[in-house]
Write a protein that binds this ligand. Structure first.
Ligand code: SF4
Length: 375
C-alpha cells in the first residue's frame, strides 16, 4: 500500500471538519485493516478489468489477491462496464476522449503534500469525469460535495486545465456492493472558489496542527476516536440532557435522543474496544480485568471430519443453491440475464423498515395506518 499523506484526500472529510485531528492521528501507528486490504485487492482487479476492456495489455492480478472472491469479480466487471459506457457516451460528442487509469493526482498547490489516485479519469468535450471505485459496503458514499473527489478534481485540473478547455468536472462514486452510483457536477469556477475559500485555509490550519477540535460523525474515521476528550464531551452531552419531569418522554425528547444515539453507541463501542486492546497489551485497569469469553465447539480439521463421516456411511455435505452474486460470477452477466432474470426469477423483497433522519434521500414508507387514514 502507498504511503498516506498527512492531509490525504480520503481523510479530508475529517480534517476539514476538525483540523487538529490530522497531526493528532499522526502519532498513532497505521495498523491497516482487512477492509483496507480488501479495497486494495478490489482496486487492482478493477484496474486490470478496465485495462482489458480498453485493449491494454496487463497482467491478471487475480492469483495474488488475498480477498478475491466471486463478488469481487462481479463488482470489478461491472466497474469496467460502467467506465466503458461512460466512454462510449463521451464519444458521441467528442471523437477523441482521453481515458486515464489509476492516474496520480497532485493537489499540493492547495493542500501541503496533497496527492491521490484517480481510478478512472475521462476528458471529453469540456468535461472532466473522475470515477472512484468504492468496495466498502458499510457506509453509503455520496459524490455531492464530497471533499475527497473535489481534491482529486483539483489535482486533475492541475494536469489538464492548460491542455483542454475544461468547464465542468463530473465526479462519480461507483459503489457496487451498495448498488450506488452517485454523481455530482461542479463548474471549474465553483471548484476553484471552494479551494480558495475553504480548502486552502483549513489545510493550512491542519498542517500546522492548529484550529478547533470539532466532534461529529467524521470522528468514526479518526485514529484518536476512542480517547479524544472533545468527542467524549460531545457524546456525553446527551447524558446531560435536561429532560422534563413527567414520567414518560415526549416526542421532542425521543427525537432528541434519536438524533444522537447512533454516535453515542459507536463512541461507547470505540472506548470499550480501546480499553480491551490496552488490557490485552498489558495495561492493568483499576476496576476491570480480562477473562476468557464464551466459545463454541468447532472441528479440529474439516477434512478429517468429512473423511470420518463418509467412512461411517453418511454424507457430510449439504448442497446449496448459489447466491445471486456467486451465480452471476458462474454464468457471466449476460447469461445471468438470459437464463434467470429474463424469466422473472429475480425479485427484490421489501427491506425492513428503518427510522432515518428526514435528510435521508430515500422516499418515506407509507405505513398501514397511514393507508387506512387516507382511505
Ligand atoms: S475524535 Fe473527532 S473531535 Fe477528536 S480529534 Fe478526532 S475528529 Fe477531532
Amino acid at each position: 500500500m502507498g504511503k498516506h499523506a498527512l492531509l490525504s484526500a480520503s481523510s479530508s472529510h475529517r480534517w476539514l471538519a476538525c483540523p487538529p485531528s490530522a497531526r493528532l492521528c499522526e502519532s498513532y501507528e497505521d495498523k491497516g485493516s482487512e477492509y483496507a486490504q480488501q479495497g486494495t485487492d478490489a482496486h487492482s482487479l478493477c484496474e486490470y478489468k478496465l485495462q482489458k476492456a480498453l485493449g491494454i495489455k496487463a497482467d491478471d492480478p487475480t492469483e495474488n489477491l488475498t480477498y478475491y472472491d466471486s463478488e469481487m469479480e462481479v463488482c470489478a466487471e461491472s466497474y469496467a462496464d460502467y467506465v466503458m459506457e461512460q466512454l462510449a457516451a463521451a464519444m458521441k460528442n467528442c471523437s477523441d476522449p482521453i481515458v486515464l487509469i489509476e492516474q496520480r493526482l497532485d493537489y499540493s498547490r492547495f493542500v501541503p503534500e496533497g496527492f491521490g489516485t484517480g481510478d478512472a479519469v475521462i476528458i471529453a468535450d469540456g468535461q472532466l469525469t473522475i470515477c472512484d471505485y468504492k468496495h466498502g459496503k458499510g457506509v453509503l458514499v455520496e459524490a455531492e460535495k464530497n471533499p475527497q473527489m473535489m481534491c482529486y478534481a483539483l489535482g486533475a485540473l492541475e494536469l489538464f486545465d492548460a491542455l483542454y478547455d475544461i468547464d465542468t468536472v463530473r465526479m462519480v462514486i461507483f459503489q457496487p456492493r451498495r448498488e450506488n452510483v452517485s454523481e455530482y457536477i461542479i463548474t471549474r469556477t465553483e471548484l476553484l472558489q471552494w479551494a480558495e475559500d475553504i480548502l486552502v485555509p483549513t489545510a493550512k490550519l491542519a498542517f500546522d496542527g492548529e484550529g478547533e477540535f470539532c466532534a461529529g460523525e467524521h470522528c468514526r474515521f479518526c485514529k484518536a476516536k476512542a480517547a479524544c476528550r472533545k468527542r467524549a464531551e460531545y457524546n456525553l452531552e446527551l447524558a446531560k440532557y435536561d429532560f422534563e419531569t413527567p414520567a414518560m418522554l415526549d416526542d421532542v425528547e425521543i427525537e432528541a435522543v434519536l438524533s444522537k444515539v447512533d454516535e453515542l453507541v459507536s463512541w461507547a463501542a470505540d472506548v470499550k474496544e480501546f480499553a480491551l486492546h490496552a488490557a490485552i497489551s498489558g495495561k492493568a485497569w483499576t476496576d476491570w480485568k480480562l477473562v476468557e469469553g464464551r466459545s463454541n465447539r468447532k472441528y479440529v480439521s474439516d477434512e478429517a471430519v468429512a473423511t470420518a463421516v463418509t467412512e461411517a456411511g453418511y454424507n457430510p455435505y449439504e448442497e446449496k443453491l448459489l447466491g445471486v452474486t456467486a451465480m452471476t460470477a458462474l454464468l457471466g452477466k449476460k447469461n445471468f440475464v438470459e437464463v434467470i432474470e429474463s424469466r422473472g426469477l429475480i425479485e427484490k423483497p421489501q427491506g425492513k423498515p428503518v427510522l432515518v433522519p428526514m435528510s435521508d434521500k430515500r422516499p418515506a414508507l407509507n405505513t398501514a395506518k397511514q393507508d387506512f387514514n387516507e382511505e
